[in-house]
Ligand binder design. Structure first.
Ligand code: HEM
Length: 493
């Protein structure tokens, strides 16, 4: 006789199988991808985020095509690969929403610029962009602030007297303080406790992103919400950044500085006053959106820019001939005078090198995800409304159909045969379309000023006895170099 527990067990098994087959049926219209097991989905293909390789997601396109689906548990993520598919994905109106995963929703509260959608995003982006323009990003006023930070960096490098040192902290200090100056109207002394907390918080958020704890939170948020772990600490770190922004907003309100606006908070508070007189109940200009937007500047602008600069030092230290050529270009153009950002137009080789650094060792693993605003048909597949979409920027920057030597550092990618700078369609480091990077002009300016000012003062070299600094990235949401030391030897002593 077969016992009742066996019959119940078999029934449960059949029900589970039917449920699974139903899921397979409902998934048939998605682009293909790695086999999705119950619970874990296709995450086995990326080793559950443990020790994955930065090219894994790109190589999967060889197997499944330029558009494929990776199931994170029960959540489909549609990846787009290669310049054409990525560009299409970035610029399609239907993919202009930012993805709203459980972790992102908790982290962003669906406010601010970077991770909101709809009217909130529209209004916050508008004032973010307008303020950047008013503050003169891409013009002289911000340039002076960046130059002040570059001088600090030169002092730190000088104090090392050509001995090996790790430039990471000084670099992060620079990019973070530029954002402080822009948003708060002041920089912090490097030893300031609140400033150190801010930098630690930003670094921690990125450290947790992409780890199994983060992925588990995305798949099982209600369980992970009740468990301690790095994911909880990352959310606390977010709260730290927002609360620092709130303190600064309060300080601005007490000082009533809006009659002569000097920074992002001033301009935003002024906009809030104007909006009040319109009595528009749908207006989203408020202090919480302001605090979250400031958070987004720090999260969007610190790790990305600092990682780019850390790569810059390594790639230049390994290529003395490139350093010399940049210095020659500056000297031919300006003699002893120092560079300003405008000069970039007359410095094609330097411009090409800076682009190639960002292409060859891109700071992000893939970019920032989007979400379908409606059902979309693309290349014969149906991508339902709400699906997470990931135009993989790294795959565009390494696309063999667009770059002559994608895996080699080669400034010629951005130069014509006469040595003129040539912008390239495939250079999508800052995304594209309505959600493209809000800080790209600032990031470009910083990189140019850091490189041109520092190379006038120093030659970057690997430490004595080291032939070449390691160019393999470490894995995460950003892909910084592994910890390293280099020498900044004074050029003219
Ligand atoms: C090398 C440095 C940087 C890189 C590589 C970078 C890259 C990106 C990328 C790929 C996106 C998403 C674009 C898209 O979806 O099409 C983005 C968005 C964004 N970035 Fe940057 N970024 C950098 C620096 C900065 C800086 C310095 C700031 C601000 C101070 C900043 C603020 C933002 C913001 C606010 C967004 C969200 C825009 C939106 O959703 O409307 N970024 N960035």
């Amino acid at each position: 006789m077969v016992g009742i527990p066996v019959i119940l067990g078999a029934l449960l098994g059949i029900l589970h199988l039917l449920y699974y087959l139903r899921q397979l049926w409902s998934r048939r219209l998605y682009p293909p991808g790695p086999f999705a097991f119950p619970v874990v989905g296709g995450l086995w293909r990326v080793k559950f985020g443990i020790n994955a390789n930065h090219k894994t997601l790109i190589k999967m396109a060889d197997q499944y095509g330029d558009i494929y689906t990776l199931w994170a548990g029960h959540i489909p993520m549609v990846f787009m690969n290669g310049v054409e598919a990525v560009k299409e994905g970035l610029t399609m109106e239907e993919f202009s929403d930012r993805l709203q995963s459980p972790f992102i929703k908790t982290l962003s509260r669906e406010m601010g610029i970077g991770f909101s959608n709809g009217l909130i995003w529209k209004q916050q982006r508008r004032i973010g962009q307008a303020t950047m323009r008013k503050l003169g990003v891409g013009k002289k006023s911000v340039e002076a602030q960046i130059e002040a930070e570059v001088q600090q960096l030169i002092e730190v490098f000088s104090r090392k007297k050509g001995e090996p040192f790790d430039p990471a902290l000084a670099t992060t200090n620079l990019v973070c303080n530029v954002i402080c100056a822009l948003t708060f109207g002041h920089r912090f002394p490097l030893e300031d406790g609140r400033f150190r907390e801010l930098i630690d918080a930003i670094e921690y958020i990125f450290k947790v992103g992409g780890t199994p704890f983060h992925i588990l939170y995305e798949v099982l948020p209600s369980v992970m919400d009740h468990l301690p772990g790095p994911h909880k600490k990352a959310l606390q770190a977010t709260e730290m950044v927002v609360s620092l922004a709130r303190e600064e907003i309060q300080r601005h309100k007490e000082q009533q500085s809006t009659h002569e606006p000097q920074d992002f908070i001033d301009f935003y508070l002024l906009e809030m006053e104007k909006e009040k007189t319109k009595h528009d109940p749908t207006s989203t200009y408020d202090e919480e959106n302001l605090a979250q937007s400031i958070h987004d500047f720090f999260i969007g602008g610190t790790e990305t820019s600092a990682t780019t600069m850390k790569w810059t030092f390594i790639l230049l230290a390994n290529r003395p001939e490139v350093q010399d050529k940049i210095v020659k270009e500056i000297e031919n153009l300006l003699g002893d005078a120092s560079t300003c950002y405008e000069d970039i137009r007359k410095m094609p080789f330097t411009n090409a090198v800076l682009h190639e650094i960002q292409r060859y060792r891109y700071s992000m693993l893939m970019g920032v995800g989007r979400q379908a605003t409606k059902d979309v048909k693309i290349k014969g597949y149906t991508i339902p409304k709400g699906t997470f979409v990931m135009p993989n920027l790294r795959s565009a920057l390494l696309d063999p159909n667009h770059w002559k030597t994608p895996d080699e550092f080669n400034p010629d990618h951005f130069l014509d045969k006469d040595g003129n700078f040539v912008p390239k369609d495939g250079f999508l480091a800052f995304g594209a379309g309505t959600r493209s990077c809000l800080g790209k002009d600032l990031a470009r300016m910083e990189l140019f000023l850091v490189v041109t000012h520092l190379l006038r003062e120093f030659r970057f070299k690997p430490p004595p006895g080291v032939q070449k600094l390691d160019e393999e990235p470490s894995m995460g949401l950003t892909l910084p170099p592994k910890h390293y030391k280099m020498c900044a030897v004074p050029r003219y002593s």
